[in-house]
Design a protein around this ligand. Structure first.
Ligand code: ATP
Ligand code: MG
Length: 374
């Protein structure tokens, strides 16, 4: 581990980079404060599902001209979110520094939509296993749906974890995304399931999908099979989020070919960046050869523990490597996420006032702000 040098103004040398940090992180007092905040700093404004205006940023249309998301701009940080991650919220507010060590912009609460579609397709992708792809798909989807966006989640992993996470037993399904891919004339409506979350539907999968990887090899335009299958659904949704399996095989290439954007969840652990070069290379190849529209929307740091130097060090390295591609929103590590899988529902409904729910609402706002800034 590189030497840590604590500067007088909360600057810390992590390897060769200087990151702004919270001195309070290291004190036992801070740890206590952090614990005591858990559950208290609830997302009172966001997530009431109504999208009702709570402040002058409530609707994008009301923003002053030119007042869109700017990653370099310094806004007053969103206090409810600042409180969830920073042990010393007052100091964070004063310094306006987010958990990634950069100034934390304000992400406006999105206003209600009157029209829906055409959908933006997001692939949640990392060939490394267990980094939070499925958790992020469910909870980003649920948070977008809470903000009144129509969301379709696509389980594109034969393990069916996304389906399980939404309370569906994959083994009992007759029709899955496999049928939609492989059977000509199969209507998406026959495969679609409504979830318990209003505005959010699911294209479920199960082990059948593993056969598609083999069968697709001999298909014409095999990489764009999912893109063709999703096309009729675009007008009905605002966001389609595809939960990829942990591999860079043909199924993942299909997801990248169908997508407008990629979100790469990275666990704040040793070796987080291992394999990411291969992933970005794959994204670039798909961009060049199959889908020129594809863009890396962002790198999402997950399972972050602000109390450990290690987590902060990994996050600093990720920011060093990917700069503005790293979302300002960081997902903390909490046992609440494994609990939600057992419960079969998103954290936004299972523990609506939790830090984890607030974090995914914040991510939804950041994703919407990035899309809107284009
Ligand atoms: N922020 C978090 N804090 C604590 N646990 C988490 C967090 N995010 C996800 N988990 C847990 O980590 C495990 C792996 O998460 P998840 O299934 O979302 O990863 P994945 O990338 O989809 O995995 P796979 O590559 O196998 O599909 C799950 O048990 C999940 O509940
Ligand atoms: Mg998964």
């Amino acid at each position: 581990m590189p030497a840590q040098a604590q500067g007088p103004e909360g600057f810390e040398a992590v390897g060769s980079v200087a990151v702004r940090t919270f001195a309070a992180h290291q004190s036992p007092q801070a740890t206590r404060t952090h614990h005591s905040m858990d559950g208290h700093h609830v997302n009172a404004r966001a997530g009431d599902g109504s999208g009702a205006p709570h402040n002058h940023f409530a609707d994008y249309d009301e923003l002053p001209e030119g007042h869109f998301y700017d990653p370099d701009a310094e806004y007053e940080p969103d206090p409810e979110y600042a409180a969830t991650l920073a042990p010393d919220a007052a100091r964070q507010r004063r310094e306006r520094i987010g958990p990634t060590g950069r100034p934390l912009p304000y992400f406006p609460i999105p206003g209600p939509l009157t029209d829906h579609g055409p959908a933006k397709i997001i692939a949640m992708c990392n060939q490394k296993g267990g980094v939070g792809k499925t958790t992020s798909t469910i909870n980003l989807g649920a948070a977008l749906a809470e903000y009144g966006r129509r969301v379709l989640l696509v389980d594109f992993d034969p393990q069916g974890a996304l389906s399980v996470g939404l309370g569906v037993n994959p083994m009992e399904l007759d029709l899955t995304v496999y049928n939609l891919l492989m059977e000509r004339g199969m209507a998406a409506d026959e495969v679609l399931l409504k979830t318990a979350v209003p505005n959010m539907d699911l294209l479920p999968s199960n082990i059948d999908l593993s056969a598609a990887e083999v069968q697709l090899v001999s298909e014409v335009a095999r990489e764009s099979t999912l893109q063709r299958a999703l096309k009729p659904l675009l007008p009905d949704y605002d966001y389609i989020v595809i939960d990829c399996q942990p591999s860079l095989g043909l199924l993942t290439v299909n997801a990248l070919t169908a997508a407008h954007k990629v979100i790469v969840p990275l666990e704040c652990e040793f070796f987080a960046l291992r394999g990411v070069a291969l992933l970005t290379e794959t994204i670039e190849k798909v961009q060049e050869r199959l889908n020129p529209e594809l863009e890396l929307d962002g790198i999402l740091a997950t399972m972050y523990d602000s109390r450990t130097v290690h987590s902060r060090e990994v996050l600093a390295r990720v920011v060093e490597a990917f700069d503005d591609h790293v979302y300002h929103t960081v997902i903390g590590r909490t046992v609440r996420f494994p609990e939600t899988t057992v419960a079969g529902e998103p954290i936004t409904t299972y523990a609506s006032n939790s830090v984890g729910a607030a974090a995914y609402r914040q991510l939804a706002r950041e994703v919407l702000a990035r899309c809107h800034a284009e």
